[in-house]
Ligand binder design. Sequence first.
Ligand SMILES: CC(C)(COP(=O)(O)OP(=O)(O)OC[C@H]1O[C@@H](n2cnc3c(N)ncnc32)[C@H](O)[C@@H]1OP(=O)(O)O)[C@@H](O)C(=O)NCCC(=O)NCCS
Length: 186
Amino acid sequence: MPSLKASVGTTIFIVQNQKTKEDMKVATLKTPSETAIEMREMVMPNHTNNHGTVFGGTVMSWIDIAAAMVAARHCGRPVVTAHIDDIDFIAPIKMGYHVLIQASLNYVGKSSMIVGVKVTSENPYTGEVRTTTKAYLTFVALDDLGRPVSVPGLNPETEDEIRRFDNAKKRVQMKKDVRSTLKNRS
Ligand SMILES: CC(C)(COP(=O)(O)OP(=O)(O)OC[C@H]1O[C@@H](n2cnc3c(N)ncnc32)[C@H](O)[C@@H]1OP(=O)(O)O)[C@@H](O)C(=O)NCCC(=O)NCCS
């Protein structure tokens, strides 16, 4: 009997060692909802420009912080902002309004992560809600020496998460095509 026990144990050990890198990545897949965050701010006088609405740089800072938190929650590592893909200021936000910043992970590469952020303003007196800003940011996870390091895979589950994943994948491919076209021209 002892030898049977040993052989069973050995078999299990070998199977575990045969896992490919892809298997390991699948084993650590995370869903976007596991790491999504919401942040709230109130627009104060120090946030506003000379029109009495929130300064664009302040909104960008809130977006960057919210997105960085999502990326760090996904990979469990320090992250840096590598790129801001797209930022649209759709409507101004007035002083005294409440601001909701929602961020979630749309896509991951090897060491990079694309986070989508939506900013909504709320008039606290009427309850009127408006989407004011949307942005996509790329973060890169760093190892202890500050070099890019692999991140867990992403498992989009809902219809919205799958749509965001597919759109982000297309944007990544488009950017790669543009970069290679520009490289070939120079
Ligand atoms: C981001 C940074 C770590 C990338 O380093 P690098 O040596 O160029 O890394 P690599 O070329 O190996 O690329 C690593 C990943 O980053 C991605 N990446 C690098 N620059 C990018 C950019 N401008 N836009 C989008 N993705 C980018 C690559 O596509 C690659 O993704 P993948 O691993 O998923 O395939 C480096 O450029 C850096 O430190 N930048 C400064 C970051 C910073 O200070 N941010 C502001 C404060 S947080």
